[in-house]
Design a protein around this ligand. Sequence first.
Ligand code: ADP
Ligand code: ZN
Length: 780
Amino acid sequence: MIARVSLEIALRKEFDYSIPPGLAGQIEVGSRVQVPFGARKIFGTVTALAEESAHANLKPILKVIGAQTLVTPKVLKLARWIGEYYCCAPEIALKSVLPEAVRKEASGWRERLFVRALPPAGEFPKLPKRQQEVWNIIEERRELPFQELVELAETTAATVRKLEDRGLIEIASEISERDPYAREHILPSQPLPLNPAQADALEKIKEAMNVRNEECRMKNAETKPDTEPTKPVSSFFIQPSTFLLHGVTGSGKTEVYLQALAHALEQGKGAIVLVPEISLTPQTVERFKARFSSGKLQTLVAVLHSHLSAGERHDEWHKIRQGRARIVIGARSAIFAPVEPLGLIIVDEEHETSYKQEEAPRYHARDVAIMRGQMENAVVVLGSATPSLESYHNCKRGKFALLELPERVDDQKMPRVRVVDMRQAARGEKGTPIFSPQLKEAITQRLEKGEQTILFLNRRGYSTSLQCPKCGYVANCPNCSLALTFHRQEQKLACHICGHFEKVPQVCPNEKCRNPAIRFAGTGTQRVEETLAKLFPQARIKRMDADTMKRKDDYRKVLGDFRAGKTDILVGTQMIAKGLHFPNVTLVGIIYADLALHQPDFRAGERTFQLLTQVAGRAGRGDVEGEVFVQAFAPFHPAIQFARRHDFTGFYEQEMEFREQLKYPPVSRIALLTLKGRNEEKVKFSADHLKRILESKVQGPKSKASPGGAASDLGPWTLDLVITGPAPAPLLRAETFYRYQIMLRTRAMSKLSQALAEIIRTLTLPEDVSLAVDIDPVNL
Ligand code: ADP
Ligand code: ZN
């Protein structure tokens, strides 16, 4: 037998290997193997088995990794789709579907020595005192880890071995599973009685799950012809199997997920729950574990995310593969978890940009979820308080079904949002204050009443730039086209793109100037914290951003203290914007709401609307009505005004007009081609070259009769294709590389991906210029 193997080094090609007799029967499609390649040993995945090969003298496979196929045929199929749609080499797509810890097998299973009492054989011997003491412990526990026994009995390994010699016990190594949540004590929770909106949403989801389940049964029946005849398939395709659950913050979406998950388990199926990395807090995981992992169901929920150790990730993944864990909760890459059979996929906060991977394969986990759902007859539920325009548009087009939870549970009111015009606050004072008088007053009131405040600014550091008022010098990063941020506590200037940092100059570094009065402009979270401490010396203040959250436990500690009421004011970046639920928070202040509006990206308005709505949702989650202050220099911007009124549909309609006019997503789809290199001229030249190739291959010849151009040889879909650029990337230089971009917009992305793959195959670029293809980019 021959195995076709996709190697882990990007060659865009598969290679044939022979299966040595020793490995016969162990190798299937999806097996991870190690093979010789030149002088090296390389990992790869078996993608097909064959009787014969076109090549002679095949080398044999060296070894198989894991007792079970690691990539299931279904996940393999999904990886293939990712390679095609996202225009990347299949081996790169394949690599991303297994966690590194599983792929390399480096962490493996942890084996520990265990001591076990053996059944008595004849008369129990009289033991010396020490041995008898050790035996007493073993007898009581029946089985325990060797090391634990030695510590417990305050004895030596030699004494324990003597019991083994007497045939009383057995010492053997056993696999011991790492459980990242072993230390947590989680109280089991019961399903809550749903309010009518929740009940209606759950009902529709369950109905769709039943239909898909029936379909699966029939599909299986088709392959086994001797079972009973089945109903015609056509009647089942009436209803979409992707739902958008649009529910305001605190409307009880999670409870709907939990009960839908229970239904999947009842059907004998498993499920995947995706949450953004940032909201994978212990609090979130606990809610799922509490419902499903209590009592006998200990390992029903597996967790996959980047804060686990390699060993923990290895073990969690195998729990899923072996079918012991039926529910997986994790960040982006958990969408590839080998759950089988799969009944339900939930994507919480579906609008989150972190679902998009920013390196190849540049997949969007939400879109992969929808594709996987289709492939495996699973129902997909996307949830959000601020859906992406893409998903909401798909509801309007009838592709998804819309479910709405318009009110907070228990009739809690939405917080009152006040927009403060910072242009007025700036008048009269020197410079712009960080806090408007209104926000200052509101904080004072909360401190007096013992209520808590969250202050949000999506910019870390102390100030955004260092500037000389005399000569105009600005401290820029030597590697990126970006000003350096001043970090006061660390006394350094740092680049937030490449990590470069340097000492803070005492005088202007310009040789001819040397002005000692250099100035720091712009505000970051450090400065907010410092100013706050001056204004409210009695307040207990904590800051939460990438600079203060360096260790794994920092996050838990700061939030724990806040929850316990040991902190009055929490200052933070987007880290505090999501999913947190603190009943005593009655005030939220957004220091500078326009920040996201100034991004050179067509989604700037959408991002601002989402961020304001999410942050505002942190206020008033308890009995007291919440209040939100939004400080803005463009207070009348629609994104801010619609967020103030909690009006998602209003925002959607107005924003769609703009997208329609400019043919931006969701009206079309984008492929963004970025060329980068250290020599700007070469990058620019290569970009122009690529543009000409694109025009000749995917765009028909332009004629006077039809100014848009005629359809190219590739078919009529190219008629609506728009190619713009090349243009310098919004951040022209990053990490010493210059970047130029070409943007393509089309409705037929699968076709464009195909055409692009073909063009890239034959494209020659200078050695020091590289091309990245990003399909459906979320950041320009
Ligand atoms: P969302 O996910 O939409 O932000 P949550 O699911 O976190 O909302 O719900 C907010 C709070 O309301 C939680 O404490 C949850 O336990 C509670 N809750 C949800 N549904 C109900 C219900 N039907 N009855 C009572 N409390 C509920
Ligand atoms: Zn830099």
